[in-house]
Design a binder for this molecule. Structure first.
Ligand code: NAP
Length: 253
């Protein structure tokens, strides 16, 4: 896909990888619909994208809420008249061990709130946004590209029962939708980042971060722009569908 003049929606676009994705595609000449739950961050991303001369609009929306997603995508198609791309980037972490044991005693568990909040945003949110985007791509545009942000944690990362389950689900849904939507001219891909320098990672405890990053073969965190570059490849390569690109500095779970 030549993204110039196309309309691309990015969820979780207020900061981190989402902001980089928005800047990357705005820099390539795409008009951008930005979804996030943080109004101030959204406005900052929108203003940065608009500086490139494209149309950038922000929509306060919760990717995990059906009414919110439907309403936001209705607004996007009302404003832009078309939808060519969706990047399902919004995601959260609520890490905990399944059971936490100290001195032979179970002193904690992953709570239902930790489990459900991550499943709601990282799995249900991806499903809802993709469903609503696919409907609009078929009826308005006759095709498009959907890219889901998974994670290397989809292989199973200790302390991330909820996150690993959601990200494995995201990778599986990518394959399902690639098969279901190809007949409508929609390609679906995924990227699985390793550890990327964003506010999400900055929020980790230093000792946990050190433990997780020390085995990285390239010896450094990734930059958000390096993930945006990989997503750009998926958009631009018309043979790409149903696969997940690993961008992880060689780290394996
Ligand atoms: P981040 O810095 O925490 O940014 C996430 C953005 O998503 C925030 O602006 C956040 O808004 C927004 N968001 C959260 N819940 C939302 C919801 N329900 N609806 C709409 N927006 C919502 O995260 P990141 O590191 O850039 O991660 C982006 C994606 O990459 C996530 O899917 C993450 O799982 C994935 N990923 C990240 C890494 C990494 O190392 N950073 C590695 C692998 C995969 P608020 O500020 O309001 O919360």
């Amino acid at each position: 896909m030549d993204v110039r003049g196309k309309t691309i929606v990015v969820t979780g676009a207020g900061r981190g990888i989402g902001r980089s994705l928005a800047q990357h595609f705005a820099g390539k000449g795409a008009n951008i619909g930005l979804l996030d739950t943080n109004a101030d961050d959204l406005a900052a991303t929108r203003d940065q994208c608009a500086q490139t001369g494209v149309i950038a609009r922000s929509y306060l929306a919760d990717a995990a809420n059906e009414d919110s997603v439907v309403g936001a995508l209705d607004q996007v198609t009302g404003d832009f008249g078309r939808l060519d791309g969706l990047i399902n980037n919004a995601g959260i972490v609520r890490d905990a061990m399944l059971v936490k044991v100290k001195d032979g005693q179970v002193v904690g568990k992953m709570t239902m709130a930790q489990w459900q909040s991550v499943i709601d945003v990282n799995l249900t949110g991806v499903f809802l946004c993709a469903r609503e985007a696919a409907q609009r791509m078929i009826t308005l545009t006759g095709g498009g590209v959907i890219v889901n942000v998974s994670s290397i944690s989809r292989a199973g990362n200790a302390g991330q029962t909820n996150y690993s389950a959601a990200k494995a689900g995201v990778a599986a849904m990518t394959v399902v939708w690639a098969k279901e939507l190809a007949r409508y001219g929609i390609r679906v891909g995924a990227v699985a980042p390793g550890f990327i320098r964003t506010p999400m990672v900055a929020g980790m405890k230093p000792e946990a971060l050190q433990k997780m990053t020390s085995p990285i073969p390239l010896g450094r965190l990734g930059e958000p722009e390096e993930i945006a570059h990989a997503v750009g490849f998926i958009f631009e390569n018309d043979l790409f569908t149903g696969r997940c690109v690993e961008v992880d500095a060689g780290l394996r779970m």
